[in-house]
Design a binder for this molecule. Structure first.
Ligand SMILES: Nc1ncnc2c1ncn2[C@@H]1O[C@H](COP(=O)(O)OP(=O)(O)OP(=O)(O)O)[C@@H](O)[C@H]1O
Length: 266
């Protein structure tokens, strides 16, 4: 179980999270949707213990947490194979088995034997992304934190990798907390959809759902989601529109002229 309990996190320019609660159970794939800058990456960093909350607590009882960041973050002087195999070294797996497991997984992700030997600089962006995903999944994690992992990939590849992630949940019982801006990707993957408001992030919509398979069903489900008023308000409002949480409070007579609101008065 992963639990955010009344979590607050504040930077110099104000709170990113304030009294935030969310739980992720084993075997569920939770997709986080929310406007840019609302705090999605921050939540993943907290779950991975790469950041600490200012208030409240983050409880992560999973034994093996793996993270796929927005950028691949591969070690540039190592081959694709060694980048993936290295993740198993920390788990005490013997060198020959490390390389065999890494090669098998990269092979499933479309790497040829020659590709396995390439350093990241010689891999395409999509191949670097796949290497990072393989590095996360090779340890058979029970919690995978994924931050827009497929953003740079073409549609076919994206579908293969989405299936791989679903497999980790359906076959191995892993939990996944998955950040995306792509609503169709969200409805294709999710067991549960969580939509966040603008910063400081609040849960404005939290529903259990069935991962959708056919393109028609995916588009119907995505349209229905975007038709939900709270979701519309969170995802479709333009920055600076009235009623958004990041709108500064204006007190008549107390506001310096330079801080005059830029949105139209109502
Ligand atoms: N180290 C930091 N110092 C100060 N502010 C930060 C820091 N990290 C993130 N922020 C701010 O916290 C807010 C949330 O950032 P975060 O990266 O979690 O958003 P996000 O929802 O993942 O955005 P996106 O969808 O654009 O990736 C943003 O306003 C960001 O500028």
């Amino acid at each position: 179980m992963l639990r955010f309990e009344r979590v607050g996190l504040r930077y110099a320019d104000g709170p990113v999270l304030d009294d935030f609660d969310l739980a992720v159970a084993p075997g569920e794939l939770v997709v986080l949707l929310g406007p840019s800058g609302c705090g999605k990456t921050t939540l993943l960093r907290l779950a991975a213990r790469l950041a600490a909350p200012s208030t409240g607590r983050v409880v992560n009882r999973f034994a093996r947490t793996a993270v796929v960041f927005q950028e691949p973050r591969l070690l540039p002087w190592w081959s694709a194979l060694d980048n993936v195999a290295f993740a198993l070294a920390a788990r005490g797996v013997a060198p020959a088995e490390r390389r065999a497991r890494a090669a098998a997984l990269l092979g499933r992700l479309g790497f040829s034997p020659a590709d396995l030997r390439k350093r990241p600089a010689a891999l395409s962006g999509g191949m670097q992304g796949r290497t990072a995903i393989a590095r996360a999944l090779v340890v058979e994690p029970d919690l995978v934190l994924m931050d827009e992992p497929f953003a740079a990939l073409d549609v076919g590849l994206r579908r293969d990798l989405q299936d791989l992630v679903r497999g980790a949940v359906d076959r191995d019982g892993a939990a996944v907390l998955f950040v995306t801006h792509d609503v169709t990707e969200a409805v294709r993957l999710a067991d549960r959809l969580v939509v966040l408001s603008r910063r400081p992030a609040r849960v404005v919509h939290d529903v259990r759902t069935q991962p959708e398979a056919s393109p028609a069903a995916i588009h119907r489900a995505a349209a229905a989601l975007l038709d939900t008023p709270a979701v519309r308000a969170a995802l479709l409002a333009r920055h600076g529109e009235p009623g958004q949480p990041e709108r500064p409070e204006i007190r008549p007579g107390r506001q310096p002229a330079s801080a005059a609101p830029s949105w139209p008065a109502r």
